[in-house]
Design a protein around this ligand. Structure first.
Ligand SMILES: *Cc1c(COP(=O)(O)O)cnc(C)c1O
Length: 470
């Protein structure tokens, strides 16, 4: 073990200091224990190290994991998009605000919310927004509460079931169940799309509506959305748009024009805050004009105040940066990037559904030299692990569940052509390695601090605490 692999506790030397604070005695400047009984009696057992040791410790920690600032991160369904640093800097302008301070002192923050709402209205075609929900799934729950409330307000209490396609993100049926609606699965057709003929027999007076994401989780555009909307509206139901996949539509098509009544937008996917890592999110919910009373009845019930305001500031900054002209390029660029990668790799990886994709697409494992499915001894997991050796994060793997070797790739609109080309070259090289030397893939990654942990064990029993005797 090298010096730099040691924990900061192991570097500790009694009496070593990072900075000297003049306090006369050379002891800790703040007294421990003031007799009130709530202060600690003894100084905490913190490591005693020099300033360079501390700086190196945190810098090294920041490099142990892969992040969107370390390299290309094509994690499909999550949109790990580069976040312009100015978007990160601006929320600190509001850091001193307190949600309980006088309303007249927060006029700027309120103005920012209302402007962002107007931007989102322009992009989605929805009339009114709430910023309370703190994530996409949270927005789904809020939106479904609005849907239920809308039916209840009309005295229509029999609508307790909701249609959800089998390709939907897992949060859709989960949010429905949490909201007290029974999810009813709509099977996808062989083209990966929802067929209105499959929707028809499921409709009835017990159906509250349908949840759809368009493009769907395979990155495919639901072409027959107009027919689906007429069918669902015709039976008295509403359409909920899971806006996690709004990215390719921005500037091109508004969900409101496809017939959707309620939606959420994942500000932390579509508008610059990278998703993942458990950081704060924002899932504002928008509704069409007719649903305003139902929105008002539910608003303020799912979180305090206006949710994660800092994420709204980032989204506002991103939209302002792009401006009316360039925001129109957001969808086309993310779509072009995804199709470029797909077409450049389709002779090496199996493309289960051959179609123009939107901002993301799915491969189903490797092809061998002869273009046949599968390479003996090399799986999607092996490709994902090997990518780390080349400085790329893996795509989303084994999701969606429709295929056995899914690799879901989403490049986003913020990566350069050079980055995409490099990724393509590495993916091709890995496919060749899989054919010539599968053992190389099986033991990858070779250059990361941890190679192949037991994933179940690591998730169930993570060791997150330093214990000196280990
Ligand atoms: C990410 C995602 C969600 C959930 O959003 P969270 O912010 O993670 O709760 C829902 N649907 C789809 C299609 C998604 O990609």
């Amino acid at each position: 073990m090298s010096y730099y692999d040691r924990l900061i506790f192991e570097l500790s030397k009694s009496g070593r200091r990072g900075a000297y604070v003049p306090c006369g005695t050379g002891k800790a400047p703040v007294p421990f224990g003031n007799g009130s009984g709530i202060w600690r009696k003894q100084a905490p057992a913190l490591p005693e190290v020099s300033e360079p040791d501390v700086v190196r410790h945190y810098t090294r920690l920041s490099q142990l994991n892969f992040g969107v600032d370390s390299g290309f991160y094509p994690l499909g369904s999550c949109t790990m998009k580069y976040n312009p640093k100015i978007c990160d800097a601006l929320p600190s302008l509001f850091a001193d605000l307190h949600p309980l301070q006088d309303e007249e002192t927060v006029a700027g923050a309120r103005e920012l919310l209302s402007r962002t709402g107007r931007f989102l209205s322009a992009v989605t075609g929805m009339k009114h927004f709430t910023f309370s929900p703190c994530a996409g799934a949270h927005g789904e729950l809020t939106g479904l509460m609005i849907m239920r409330r809308f039916h209840e307000m009309r005295g229509d209490t029999a609508r307790t079931r909701i249609l959800v396609p089998d390709s939907a993100h897992g949060t859709n049926p989960a949010s429905a169940a949490l909201c007290g609606l029974e999810p009813v699965t709509v099977p996808s057709g062989p083209d990966g799309l929802v067929d209105p003929e499959a929707v028809k027999p499921l409709l009835g007076p017990d159906i509250a509506g349908i949840m759809l994401t368009n493009p769907n989780t395979l990155g495919l555009f639901e072409k027959r959305i107009g027919e689906i909307a007429s069918l669902v509206h015709g039976c008295g139901g509403l359409l909920y748009y899971d806006g996690a996949n709004l990215n390719p539509l921005v500037g091109v098509l508004r969900p409101g024009d496809m017939g959707f009544d309620i939606l959420h937008v994942n500000l932390h996917k579509t508008f610059a805050t990278p998703h993942g890592g458990g950081g704060p999110g924002s899932g504002p919910v928008g509704v069409c004009a007719a649903l305003k009373p139902a929105l008002d009845a539910v608003d303020g019930k799912v979180s305090a105040f206006h949710g994660n305001f800092g994420v709204v500031v980032r989204a506002y900054a991103y939209l302002l940066m792009l401006g009316r002209e360039h925001v129109k390029e957001l969808g086309p660029f993310s779509t072009l990037s995804a199709n470029y990668i797909k077409e450049s790799l389709r002779d090496k990886y199996k493309l289960p559904i051959d179609s123009v994709c939107k901002h993301e697409f799915v491969f189903d494992g490797l092809l061998d030299d002869g273009g046949r499915e599968g390479v003996p001894g090399a799986t999607t997991l092996d490709v994902a692990k090997r990518l780390l050796d080349y400085g790329f994060h893996a795509p989303t793997i084994y999701f969606p569940l429709l295929f056995h070797q899914s690799m879901m790739i989403e490049p986003t609109e913020t990566e350069s052509l050079e980055t995409l080309d490099e990724f393509i070259a590495v993916m091709r090289r890995i496919a060749e390695e899989a054919a010539s030397d599968p053992a190389l893939l099986k033991s990858a990654p070779h250059h990361t601090p941890v190679s192949r942990p037991d994933e179940t064990e690591a998730a169930r029993h993570p060791v997150l605490k330093y214990s000196p005797d280990k």
